[in-house]
Write a protein that binds this ligand. Structure first.
Ligand code: FAD
Length: 404
């Protein structure tokens, strides 16, 4: 064994970044990846375009039990540092909406291929189909049991990510290694995940997408709200606004709180404007069925549930009174959907929680308990908002662990 040998468990965003930086300064680095491909999550990210980072990095876009750790990580490690790294491997970035950054090629595969090329050029050895099953440390030497035999090293980086998206390599393995080394864990929950509902009507609305506003309530208490796409599905609800609320919902559901969404299907129209619009559409002496009349403003799959929740008594257009219109407006702007669960780690983009960061040095990513052991990326108790923040955390922690 080379005394200076570093092994990194996991060839995802954080592991690849750390490997390149270390190997560039001449250290012998081996990356062990359980999958047959490296960077599987990078490849599918941003619908194949890879939302690689965000221009507007701020601590309030990250979540952790230890906010000071996030502040310390980000100090001096903003988007420009990440951009410099990608320029150094030959990747140009372009800006999308809300500061979201993408590779100029708009292809996630170009990110992985350039990372791999640079890793190899710098001398990193990459072993695919090599799952680490156990780790130990005796006399300053780490021994790793893997599906390709035992490996030894002096420095060990655990970059094995979270259990989110198991089909892409999501795994709990790193948590077991960390606890074996004396580290504690903050409870993990799926985040950036779809929400399930037991309400039967939702299946009938599957496929309907509206630009709405979703408010989350837990045990009747208002928690948070997000504007954006709401997509009804046969299991419940998805869409960008829902993914953005899912972190809170997931945590509350884990505490057995009763969670409910209050959906405004027409947030761009105030209550008054919608009332006036509907009032203006009522024609006397028209016996048009109310369901057909409502199709003039609403997706027809949503109409039965709006009529049910509004408790509207009339069935034809000409019978509508101001009172009945008020009930319809209230239902359209306050559609209630109880939430029973999330789609779990299988549907999640990230996990909340992870390794307790009080045991990790935010400047070097080294364990405060075990010298020469490092943790980087999503395995730590830090998760970010949608929009490139999760990759930012992976890249910058990878860069920090890579610096000698
Ligand atoms: C569908 C999807 C889309 C996403 N889109 C975005 C996006 O657009 N922007 C954004 O910022 N974030 C996005 N994310 C989140 C982002 O992918 C992760 O936060 C990021 O990849 C975390 O990087 P990481 O290196 O810590 O972990 P990972 O990228 O998960 O890498 C960990 C690696 O370790 C390997 N591994 C695990 N256990 C072992 C073991 N025992 N032995 C060997 N290898 C092991 C895994 O196979 C994996 O390759 C998305 C996630 C998903 C699932």
């Amino acid at each position: 064994m080379n005394d200076e040998m570093m092994i990194i468990i996991g060839a995802g965003a954080a592991g690849l970044c750390a490997a390149i930086v270390r190997a560039r300064v001449g250290q012998s680095v081996t990356l062990l990846e359980q999958n047959n491909k490296i960077g599987k999550k990078i490849l599918v990210s941003g619908n194949g375009k890879c939302n690689i980072d965000n221009k507007y990095i701020h601590a309030n876009r990250f979540h952790s039990q230890n906010p000071q750790f996030v502040e310390d990580i980000l100090e001096g490690y903003d988007f420009e540092i990440v951009e410099k790294f990608f320029t150094s491997i030959g990747l140009e970035l372009i800006e999308g909406k809300e500061g979201k950054m993408f590779p100029m090629s708009l292809q996630a595969s170009s990110v992985v291929e350039l990372l791999e090329y640079e890793a190899k050029r710098a001398g990193v050895q990459i072993l695919r189909n090599c799952a680490v099953t156990n780790i130990d440390k005796v006399d300053n030497v780490f021994t790793l049991e893997t599906t390709q035999g035992n490996k030894k090293c002096q420095q060990l980086v655990i970059a094995s990510g979270s259990p989110a998206a198991p089909h892409l390599g999501g795994s709990n393995a790193g948590y077991a290694f960390a606890t074996k080394m004396g580290h504690s864990l903050i409870p993990r929950h799926p985040s950036l995940v779809q929400l399930c509902s037991d309400e039967s009507w939702v299946k009938g609305c599957a496929g309907v997408k509206v630009a709405g506003l979703a408010k989350l309530y837990a045990n009747g208490e208002y928690i948070s709200e997000k504007k954006g796409d709401l997509l009804f599905t046969n299991y419940g609800i998805s869409g960008l606004a829902i993914l953005d609320l899912s972190r809170e919902a997931s945590t509350r559901l884990a505490s057995f709180d009763y969670c409910e969404l209050n959906l405004d299907l027409m947030p761009e129209l105030s209550k008054e404007k919608l009332t006036n619009l509907l009032l203006g559409r009522v024609r006397e002496h028209s016996e048009k069925p109310l369901t057909l009349w409502l199709q003039g403003v609403l997706n027809k799959k949503l109409i039965p549930i709006i009529l049910e929740q509004s408790k509207c008594k009339v069935r034809t257009e000409d019978a509508l009174t101001r009172k009945e219109i008020n009930k319809l407006v209230h239902a359209i702007k306050n559609l209630k959907l109880s939430i029973s669960d999330t789609k779990g780690f299988k549907g999640a983009e990230v996990a909340t929680g992870g390794i307790d960061t009080t045991g990790v040095n935010p400047h070097t990513m080294e364990s405060k308990l075990v010298p020469n052991l490092y943790f980087i990326g999503e395995i730590l108790d830090v998760d970010g908002d949608r929009g490139g923040f999760n990759f930012h955390f992976a890249w910058v922690t990878g860069l920090k662990a890579g610096v000698l």
